[in-house]
Ligand binder design. Structure first.
Ligand code: NAD
Length: 499
């Protein structure tokens, strides 16, 4: 791997980089190398960031037109393209994910997020009604869209730039100012994005970044700050609970994209080549660290053994290694701490009676990267939904495979969870595909595909998987307040009406 020197990552407040009260080390999960010293924000700095955002809203940004903001968003997208390689390097250094994945997914999506929400904002209308009451009174009702205000953006480490821009782009399109709290594991790309914002003409104070941890640090300080008008959060369900308690104290809106325990349902009539390829992606993409990843695979009995054999073989073909190597398909987990959590679930699975059919442990890697957070892509059979490991989110490259008999059985098993983020159905019978996809209690239901996203469509989860929807006009709704204006018009004189 190319040697590089550790960077200093500072907070970004009111258009300038600011030192924190202390620094913490960010290490690369591939080999444990120090990639950055990160400046942690304290209460005073978080307060300054929220204050800068409030001040920016009182200035020209707060009076900007949709057309002006759309132009800014397009410049940000262009600038991300110009700085593509720098963002790619920051993302790969923080996460250890393969360059080829980050190029196609993370950084490309950041560009798409800004362009999509520029398009959506420029085309968005608001409600308008010509009111015509039975008693003859008439009025014009129309809704004004205003920014929500100062928005706290708290994001996780698995898709740092993708998720930050998924929230920041619509927030800015609607005229808000944001304070972003990146994960302590992935501080790089949000910090670099600050420079890009400034280059694209985003005024000082509109985009701020505070670094630190969750409880007792920047995350908690931001989510409890009285100066926020709303919070958008992606992360674990347990963290969502803490942020919701803080939001309740101030009665402010939240948008939550939380954890999942997602199911795939493979019918015997499926194109098994496509299904196995799709499952291999949905279980192992980004080392299983995508909220949408499949951790429960239900397979109809006649093809159960074949799917287990073929998916296990596909897992064995994945290439773990140096992110820069184009042959690498799979990086490490985000940290050795997270690997401990995943390994503890694998121990539990064995204790609960699982038969491990692929992987199951820590792989032998070349000496120079053996210290990384590597884990084998893992599959097991032999557990039903009663097992803890089939109920709790592991967030690693792991899945349990379970047989089922018919459609009703598949739907019952897939829906037997308190989460409800995503599911995929694999069948050649499209009627069945529609029927089953509609019966699954999830926010995103795929048929014969996985992770195929249209950014205009609603995204979010049911139950423990979240509150609200983002994507398309749903994002514009969350990041706006509306005021309805009602103007009385001259009364209608109805021809033929009784005098
Ligand atoms: P996490 O909840 O531990 O952390 C997310 C962010 O919240 C981090 O920035 C963290 O510092 C901050 N935080 C932690 N405790 C906090 C507190 N008490 N107050 C305020 N902020 C706090 O999540 P993670 O481990 O970074 O990410 C993995 C989780 O994210 C998984 O559960 C995954 O399913 C979920 N996720 C969901 C989606 C989705 O769209 N539904 C997308 C990606 C990830």
């Amino acid at each position: 791997m190319a040697a590089s020197t550790a960077r200093e990552l500072r907070n970004f407040v009111d258009g300038g980089y600011v030192d924190g009260v202390r620094t913490f080390d960010k290490r690369n999960p591939v080999d444990g190398r120090l990639v950055a010293r990160v400046h942690e924000a304290d209460a005073r700095l978080v307060d300054a960031a929220v204050g800068a955002a409030r001040t920016a809203l009182a200035g020209p940004w707060g009076r900007s037109s949709v057309a002006e903001r759309v132009a800014v968003l397009r410049r940000v997208a262009d600038q991300i393209e110009t700085r593509f390689d720098g963002l790619l390097a920051a993302e790969v250094a923080d996460t250890g994910k393969p360059v080829r994945l980050a190029r196609k997914l993370d950084v490309a999506r950041a560009v798409a997020n800004f362009r999509t929400f520029a398009d959506l904002a420029s085309a968005a209308g608001t409600d308008g009604f010509l009111t015509d009451l039975a008693d003859g009174r008439r009025a014009l009702n129309y809704a004004l869209r205003r920014p929500l205000g100062v928005v706290g953006v708290i994001v996780p480490w698995n898709l740092p730039l993708l998720l930050t821009t998924w929230k920041v782009a619509p927030a800015l399109a609607c005229g808000n100012a944001v304070v972003v709290k990146p994960s302590e594991e992935t501080p790089g790309s949000a910090t670099l994005l600050a420079e890009i914002m400034a280059e694209a003409g985003v005024p000082a104070g509109v985009y701020n970044v505070v670094h630190g941890f969750g409880p007792g640090s920047a995350g908690e300080l931001l989510s409890t700050h009285p100066g926020l008008d709303g919070v958008t959060f992606t992360g674990e369900t347990g963290t969502g609970r803490a942020i919701m308690r803080a939001a309740a104290a101030h009665v402010r809106p939240v948008s939550f994209e939380l954890g999942g325990k997602n199911a795939a349902v493979v019918f015997a009539d499926a194109d098994l080549d496509r299904a196995v390829e799709g499952l291999c992606q949905s279980v192992f993409a980004n080392t299983g660290q995508v909220c949408l990843c499949t951790e429960r695979v239900y397979v109809q009995r006649p093809v159960f053994d074949e799917v287990v054999t073929r998916l296990s073989a596909a897992a064995g073909q994945l290439r773990l290694g140096d992110p820069a190597d184009p042959a690498t398909t799979t990086g490490p987990l985000i940290s050795t701490g997270h690997r401990e959590k995943v390994l503890s679930y694998l121990r539990l699975a064995r204790e609960e009676g699982a038969e491990v059919v692929a992987g199951g442990g820590v792989p032998a890697m070349p000496p120079q990267i053996q210290a990384g957070a590597w884990i084998e892509p893992t599959l097991w059979t032999g557990l039903d939904n009663a097992a803890t490991v089939m109920r709790e989110e592991v967030f690693g490259p792991v899945a349990g495979i379970v047989p089922f008999d018919d459609d009703a059985d598949a739907v019952r098993l897939a829906n037997d969870t308190r989460y409800g983020l995503a599911a995929s159905v694999w069948t050649r019978d499209l009627e069945r595909g529609h029927r089953v996809a509609q019966q699954l209690r999830v926010g995103v239901s795929w048929v014969n595909t996985w992770f195929l996203r249209d950014l205009r469509s609603p995204f979010g989860g049911i139950g423990l998987s979240g509150i609200g929807r983002e994507g398309g006009h749903h994002s514009l709704e969350f990041y706006s307040e509306t005021t309805n204006v009602c103007v009385r018009l001259a009364d209608e004189t109805r021809t033929g009406a009784a005098a």
